[in-house]
Write a new protein. Structure first.
Length: 219
């Protein structure tokens, strides 16, 4: 049982890496099996298709990053500090991948979703679910920021989707230009979109919510 479990995990890990670094269309089942040191029989024992493996890999990645997102969007930090930390998290992920591959790989969820969502219902549903999960984190922080009067009290659900689009758009631009500098701009773009008073145009420092229990204190 352990050997079978190990094989399945290798297939998931390999698919995650290859699909992120390349593309769904560029990676074959043979490529995945070869790199995972697994047979095709093992592949089809665990996954009915490459599409099913792609969906499972997306879920695997989500479960890996979710604890970090929970930490970033914890109520222990002010709502605005959460967005700044999220932008730093994205930059760290892309920077690590750039050091490993020499290129900006962008968002693995968006890459697969944009390539196949109109062709594959499983992938379309998975991509939409992940979008909604990110937006729930964003919405919760925005609602709290509006509660403290830090940002205007507008439709926070719609604003969350705008912010998600900004994140994805920035990563697509960074991938096209193969530029970490573009990823570095994400923090400023997000804070500008939620009308945060920026106090340092180079580092995009901002005024935290003073009466929030998780806010940092500035003098």
């Amino acid at each position: 049982m352990k050997q079978a479990s190990d094989t399945k995990q290798r297939l998931l890990d390999t698919a995650l890496t290859l699909l992120w670094e390349q593309s769904y269309g560029a990676v074959s089942v043979d490529d995945i099996c070869r790199k995972a040191d697994a047979t095709k029989g093992s592949f089809y024992h665990f996954f009915e298709s490459k599409s099913a493996l792609a969906v499972a890999s997306a879920e695997e990645l989500w479960h890996r990053i979710r604890p970090e997102l929970d930490r970033i969007f914890s109520p222990q930090s002010s709502p605005l500090e959460r967005f700044a930390a999220f932008a730093d998290f994205i930059y760290e992920l892309q920077s690590k991948k750039w050091k490993e591959t020499g290129k900006i790989c962008g968002c693995p969820f968006t890459s697969i979703g944009s390539e196949l969502s109109t062709l594959d219902e499983q992938i379309q549903k998975e991509s939409e679910q992940i979008l909604e999960r990110f937006c729930r984190y964003f919405s919760a922080a925005l609602i709290e920021a509006a509660k403290y009067g830090t940002i205007p009290d507008i439709d926070q659900s719609a604003k969350a989707r705008e912010l998600y689009s900004c994140v994805m758009g920035t990563l697509v631009e960074a991938k096209i230009k193969n530029s970490l500098d573009v990823v570095r701009q994400l923090k400023g773009r997000l804070l500008k979109m939620i009308e945060v008073p920026v106090i340092d145009s180079k580092t995009y420092g901002f005024l935290p919510t003073p009466d929030h229990p998780g806010s940092s204190k500035r003098k």
